[in-house]
Design a protein around this ligand. Structure first.
Ligand code: 13P
Length: 251
């Protein structure tokens, strides 16, 4: 059985007070939720505030990115070990916004994934095709390349620390969700590729999240799909009510 994960990616939103407020509202909404892993990913500057706010709760802390070196003369970067030190158990790597705006490539994503795993973090590894790629029937090719390159050189044991997030770029922040069927087809394909690269058993065990305009209204249909093991939520994770409703999708 794959334990579902509902993760909130706050992107470039929320300073300290807003983050504290959010957590204070979320805790009572999810404190009885036991069979879902709950993760929130704030900006770096509020990680320690959120760490204190979630202490003793069932909410886990993620960062939105990290560098691959542990320390050194790399101004402005943050290392995986520093994220662990700040209380993170998870880190998002390879988000399409980082690929699109900050020059992230499959190669840098791969280096970051390896470094994050070495530091003991669980990686939320993002992949997904653009609209142009989907419309020219390149979806499978793009997903295969991203999975192969992102996970290149990982040992079988490392895979336990990887969660894949399928986020079709055309569905992010657009209000356009992939249909349940479109998402399921992509997830099944990704699982097949993981099986080819590693083992069928590991492919069965890996969790694959869907991301792209997930809301309380559409989460249940997505979660009913056999290969969808959770959601990576952007906009709807910014309000405790809507994020709580997504976490409690089974209720
Ligand atoms: P939205 O839920 O706002 O579409 O964002 C999805 C996302 O990018 C999560 O990482």
């Amino acid at each position: 059985m794959r334990t579902p994960i509902i993760a909130g990616n706050w992107k470039l939103f929320k300073k300290c007070c807003d983050a504290q407020d959010f957590v204070a509202k979320l805790i009572p909404l999810v404190q009885k939720t036991s069979d879902v892993e709950i993760v929130i990913a704030p900006v770096f500057t509020v990680l320690s505030t959120v760490k204190q706010a979630i202490a003793g709760s069932n909410i886990k802390l993620s960062a939105q990115d990290c560098f691959w070196e542990e320390e050194g003369a790399f101004t402005g970067e943050i290392s995986p070990g520093m994220l662990v030190d700040a209380g993170c158990s998870h880190v998002i790597i390879g988000h399409s916004e980082r690929r699109q705006y900050f020059g992230e490539t499959d190669e840098t994503v791969n280096r970051k994934i390896k470094a994050a795993i070495a530091a003991g973090l669980t990686v939320l590894f993002c992949i997904g095709e653009t609209l142009a790629e989907r419309e020219t029937d390149k979806t499978f090719e793009v997903l295969r390349t991203q999975v192969e390159n992102g996970l290149a050189g990982l040992a079988r044991d490392d895979l336990a620390k990887v969660v894949i997030a399928y986020e079709p770029v055309w569905a992010i922040g657009t209000g356009k969700t992939a249909t349940d069927e479109q998402a399921q087809v992509a997830h099944a394909f990704i699982r097949k590729v993981v099986g080819e690269l590693f083992t069928v058993q590991l492919a069965e065990a890996i969790r694959i999240l869907y991301g792209g305009s997930v809301k309380p209204e559409n989460v249940r249909g997505l979660m009913n799909q056999p290969d969808i093991d959770g959601a990576l939520v952007g906009g709807a994770s910014l309000k405790a009510d809507s994020f709580g409703a997504i976490v409690n999708y089974k209720a």
